[in-house]
Design a protein around this ligand. Structure first.
Ligand SMILES: CCCCCCCCCCCCC[C@@H](O)CC(=O)SCCNC(=O)CCNC(=O)[C@H](O)C(C)(C)COP(=O)(O)OP(=O)(O)OC[C@H]1O[C@@H](n2cnc3c(N)ncnc32)[C@H](O)[C@@H]1OP(=O)(O)O
Length: 351
């Protein structure tokens, strides 16, 4: 008995071909392409198609009371100009207008699907961390305390500068040191936070930053009274506090998923002049402290009695001076990368 040819309707998406074969209650015997083979009662049906491009071997089909639905997967997400290799459409083939979409509509559908999948995966990732609220709450409070501390330092120093002029340079340490000690002790959290995965950034730049500052604060200024009334203290503290009154509010907003463009720009831009100036001020403080350490022998390391002398702490300071510029290079590069990452993603989002 000669096989009949059924009507076949087709539509496509970027990843799939849909075929609808108009035979009710049919039994599918074979659905490989070239040839599809169906039977219904005593009748045999078949059609063959040579697709325009290769397709994946697995073919899904579902037979219903009215038709057979076949789904064929494309190996890549591409739009085909037509279904078959031969330009002339076979007579039994027609567009399936129930499922028909032109390329741009299909693209939109694809994008919507992708967005939905992304949203679901982000939501499920977010949902996976039951302590997220607690972590964000803790970070928010930490940043708030630091912001208040550094704001107090900055405002206090600025007001004193306006009232006392240059005289305010000489007693910066005595008026500011307690709050600065508190803020810089607390800043050790900035090394711990990335180390325990609370914030996603490198531990090393934070370590360099916090330890570098604490060395100047606790060792150079803290142990040498002669250093405490030098104007350099003013410049070091002022430069440190300027960046922090922008950096901490920026983090606070990040904790509540908010962003102010101007604040982001300031956080990722004003370090460009401030960081080298800060390192310069710290280097001046260090150099000024060397003769004092030499004179007082404070923190010097005693050598064996036979040698009869001690190793002055100033040698360690000279070594530290070199390390400091290495630290400046590492952190400058890190901050530069953070800046380009931030503004690159912003630009991409805007496009
Ligand atoms: C005795 C041993 C000593 C050994 C060291 C010797 C080396 C000494 C060299 C020292 C030189 C220091 C000089 C320095 O003291 C001079 C000055 O500070 S002058 C003033 C100017 N300074 C600055 O501008 C630096 C300010 N500091 C910083 O920027 C950071 O401390 C730094 C570690 C350098 C960079 O920060 P980070 O890596 O965290 O980058 P991001 O800000 O871009 O943050 C990345 C993502 O993490 C999120 N984050 C980070 N922290 C928090 C937080 N507290 N709360 C919430 N979220 C946080 C942030 O939002 C980013 O997330 P996303 O990417 O999703 O936006």
């Amino acid at each position: 008995m000669q096989a009949l040819t059924p009507h076949v309707y087709w539509a496509q998406r970027h990843g799939e071909i849909y075929l609808r074969v108009e035979i009710s209650d049919a039994q599918v015997r074979k659905t490989c392409f070239g040839l599809c083979d169906f039977s219904k009662g005593e009748n045999e049906y078949e059609f063959s198609l040579e697709f325009l491009k290769p397709v994946k071997p697995e073919v899904k089909h579902k037979s219903t009371q009215r038709q057979v639905n076949i789904t064929v997967k494309k190996p890549e997400l591409v739009w085909w100009d037509r279904l078959t290799k031969q330009e002339k459409k076979p007579l039994f083939l027609a567009p399936d207008f129930d499922r028909w979409l032109d390329e741009s509509d299909a693209e939109m559908e694809l994008r919507e699907k992708e967005e939905k999948i992304n949203k679901v995966s982000i939501e499920s990732r977010v949902r996976k961390d039951p302590f997220l609220g607690l972590k964000k709450g803790f970070l928010f409070m930490y940043n708030l305390v630091q912001f208040l501390g550094y704001s107090w330092i900055f405002v206090n120093m600025t007001v004193r500068l306006f009232i006392l002029g240059q005289d305010s340079f000489y007693d910066t340490f005595h008026t500011i040191a307690d709050v600065m000690y508190f803020c810089q002790m607390l800043a050790i959290m900035e090394v711990i936070n990335p180390a325990v995965g609370l914030v996603k950034t490198g531990v090393m730049p934070a370590f360099i930053q916090v330890m570098g500052r604490n060395f100047i604060l606790f060792v150079i200024f803290g142990t040498l009274e002669d250093m405490q009334n030098k104007p350099v203290v003013f410049f070091v503290f002022y430069l440190w506090s300027i960046i922090e009154i922008f950096r901490y509010p920026f983090y606070m907003l990040a904790c509540i998923d908010t962003e102010w463009k101007l604040l982001t720009w300031l956080r990722y831009t004003i370090w460009i002049p401030l960081y080298p100036l800060g390192v310069l001020a710290e280097a001046v403080a260090l150099i000024q402290s060397i003769p004092i350490f030499d004179e007082t022998k404070l923190l010097s390391i005693p050598l064996p009695k036979a040698i009869g002398m001690s190793l002055s702490f100033s040698y360690i300071l000279q070594l530290y001076l070199v390390i400091m510029f290495l630290g400046l290079f590492i952190n400058f590069r890190h901050l530069f990368k953070q800046r380009s990452r931030r503004f690159r993603t912003k630009k991409r989002k805007a496009n």
